[in-house]
Design a protein. Structure first.
Length: 358
């Protein structure tokens, strides 16, 4: 059973500007990559698919979507206490990860200009969407008296280097999991409007279509590079990234259970649905996916979430450092062991299903 700790009070940098959350394994990261290698990628295998996605991105279906309507013009003081803290935390994580996407895509577009026109244009269009998403979320934060200083965030955050192959696997997954996260919240609130505490959620339906298109672009990119799906190494990487994305998702959802409760969502049910759907969607792009029907799959993910809660409690305690060090060994070992067991469980061969799922 996962027990949730209360969300800490938001830290303020200066009046109205929220201090970025401390970087941990769970906070959204900022990435950089080998631009030279991306510029040299041959796309011929997926030329038709990439042109089709590019056309979709050019259509810019959501150009009039991110406009705040009258429902935003009211006081939000009635959302208070734990709900308010958890909601601000949700907005901040979402805003940071959208903004992280924007920075990476913008830089890719800039670096590939004149060298790989198809990719440069596509990344430019992706950056356009992510800038809108991040901006819209930051305005929502302003409704709660806080905003993120995005230019400061750009300068202060450390950038993690990922080779292009890792970028393609992880961004594909984060776009598709983003799609499922948004659409499942949207569908739930459509059925239970009494929980729609804030108008932002009404925007999720068209919003998640952006994420879906971004994911389709990365799918075409992934399939254009045979080394990302036609050998044993690619199968191991695919499972590794699925596992890390799913563990991170589970840990974050259980850690912020109070937010989901506040909008009438059962965190366990939500986590299961998001992961099942994302894993199934990934069959279209990845050479192998995890078997979410394995009876131990979700219980192992939840054991990781429980161990993570234990780590948070230890970190928050006043015990001496050396005591904390020894206290942390069992929960870290538990996360490692449960992840390893999921990783080594029999996977699903997506290539064998390829003809069926196309
Ligand atoms: Fe986005
Ligand atoms: Fe996206």
């Amino acid at each position: 059973m996962v027990t949730t700790l209360p969300t800490p009070e938001p830290e303020v940098l200066r009046p109205g500007i929220k201090a970025p959350v401390q970087e941990t394994l769970l906070t959204p990261r900022f990435y950089t990559t080998d631009f030279e290698a991306v510029a040299k990628m041959s796309l011929s295998l997926q030329d038709t698919e990439l042109q089709a996605v590019l056309e979709e991105l050019r259509n810019d279906y959501n150009r009039h979507h991110f406009v705040r309507d009258d429902e935003f013009k009211q006081c939000w003081e009635h959302i208070d206490g734990e709900t308010r803290r958890a909601f601000i935390d949700f907005l901040e994580r979402s805003c940071t990860s959208e903004f992280s996407g924007f920075l990476l895509f913008k830089e890719l577009s800039r670096q590939l200009k004149g060298r790989n026109p198809v990719l440069s244009e596509a990344f430019g269009l992706l950056a356009r969407d992510e800038a809108r998403h991040a901006g819209f979320l930051n305005k929502a934060m302003a409704d709660f008296g806080l905003t993120l200083d995005l230019s400061l965030l750009t300068k202060q955050r450390t950038y993690t280097f990922f080779p292009p192959e890792w970028v393609i696997y992880t961004v594909y997954l984060s776009e598709k999991i983003g799609y499922w996260r948004y659409i499942l919240v949207y569908r739930h609130l459509e059925q239970h409007p009494e929980y729609r505490i804030y108008p932002l959620f009404r925007y999720f339906e068209s919003w998640c279509q952006d994420e879906n298109r971004h994911g389709d672009f990365f799918k075409a990119l992934l399939r254009s590079q045979p080394k990302l799906w036609n050998n044993w190494k690619s199968r191991l990487w695919a499972r590794f990234f699925l596992l890390t994305v799913f563990v991170t998702h589970s840990l974050t959802v259980f850690e912020r259970a109070s937010f989901y409760h506040s909008i009438g969502i059962d965190p366990r049910d939500y986590n299961t649905k998001v992961i099942r759907n994302t894993n199934e969607t990934s069959i279209r792009a990845f050479p192998e996916v995890l078997d979410t029907d394995n009876p131990a799959f979700f219980s192992r993910l939840e054991k990781c979430a429980e161990a993570n809660e234990r780590l948070t409690q230890i970190n928050a305690s006043t015990s001496p450092k050396i005591v904390k060090f020894f206290q942390k060994i069992p929960p870290i070992a538990s996360i490692g062991w449960n992840m390893l067991r999921i990783y080594l469980a029999k996977p699903i061969n997506a290539e064998a299903l390829r003809e069926v799922v196309r």
